[in-house]
Design a binder for this molecule. Structure first.
Ligand code: RTP
Ligand code: MG
Length: 168
């Protein structure tokens, strides 16, 4: 029910989130926070040229996590995943820019770190699929749903980036 509501809301706001205004939801998972990877991950997204529009350190409730990973609810690793994601704070972020959803997934690497190329975040900083340090939305639609789930409208900031004219 909540999922349907969020999908409708995100569909309504969809038109504003395209082109250079496309947004994705990125989260440094509890192992990434514990391993002090927050700065490195933020640095990579900043240096790439994407714009940070939301960021917070949050201990996710089980309700949010179950909603977030709703599509995986029948997978054998689902309960382990929920318990891993609730084992400590995560750094939730929204990044904006042209093709940010697709590009962020490339920056993350494959789900399994062993299949992730060096140079990607998972390829450089982790070894096991169950502790793969970072989440990234897998489509524009998922991004809209996840951003609405994790952030309130007042937590997303509109600001003019002085470097955008050198990026676009
Ligand atoms: P994410 O949603 O976290 O960005 O990861 P993803 O799209 O690359 O992969 P997805 O299929 O959505 O899986 C979500 C997370 O579940 C854990 N996982 N464990 N075989 C396993 O034990 C297994 N498979 C997936 C990973 O933490 C994965 O990122
Ligand atoms: Mg996923």
């Amino acid at each position: 029910m909540i999922c349907l509501f969020l999908t409708i809301i995100s569909y309504i706001f969809q038109s504003g989130w395209t082109g250079v205004n496309e947004r994705t939801f990125i989260a440094v998972k509890p192992d990434g926070v514990q391993r002090k990877l927050v700065g490195e991950i933020v640095r990579r997204f900043e240096k790439k040229g994407f714009k940070l529009v939301g960021l917070k350190l949050v201990r996710a409730s089980e309700d949010i996590l179950r909603e977030h990973y709703w599509d995986l609810r029948t997978k054998p690793f689902y309960n382990r995943l929920i318990s891993y994601m609730s084992s400590g704070p995560v750094v939730a972020m929204v990044w904006q820019g042209l093709e940010v959803v697709k590009t962020a997934r490339k920056m993350l690497g494959e789900t399994n770190p062993a299949e992730s190329l060096p140079g990607t975040i998972r390829g450089d900083f982790c070894v096991e699929v169950g502790k793969n340090v970072i989440h990234g939305s897998d489509s524009v639609e998922s991004a809209q749903r996840e951003i609405s789930l994790w952030f309130g409208p007042k937590e997303l900031h509109r600001w003019k980036s002085s470097s955008s004219q050198w990026i676009y």
